[in-house]
Design a protein around this ligand. Sequence first.
Ligand SMILES: [Zn+2]
Length: 135
Amino acid sequence: MSALLRSKCPKCGNVQDVAGDYTCSKCNAGITLPKDGVIQIYRMGSPIGVAVGYGVYLNGNPCGHLGNTETIRIPVPYGTYTLHFTCGATRRCQDLTVEITPENRYAYVKARIKMGFWTNTIIAEACAASDMPAV
Ligand SMILES: [Zn+2]
């Protein structure tokens, strides 16, 4: 698998896409990635906001951006995580909570925009590994 892992430096908050344990390019901290599980997020293609990356939030922590039809993988320790997305002016999001446990180490999430009459909403939904595009 070639997709990089999205990691946020616990020391300085710099968000980086890395292949494995790494040294932060900003503060030089040595970072060991959590090895328990992975949350994989796929942004479905959409004509709306294509030029704008989705803001990705994990339990309220900003985790960088997600481009149109892009996939990111976020390594995490076991726990419960709420995913929230924003897209430019679109702040409404149907959040998704996923649980990473020893029996369920991988979570797959699709994110898309649903057009509304007044406002658009980002929908985050759980899906199967087979729904993920090859990375
Ligand atoms: Zn850092």
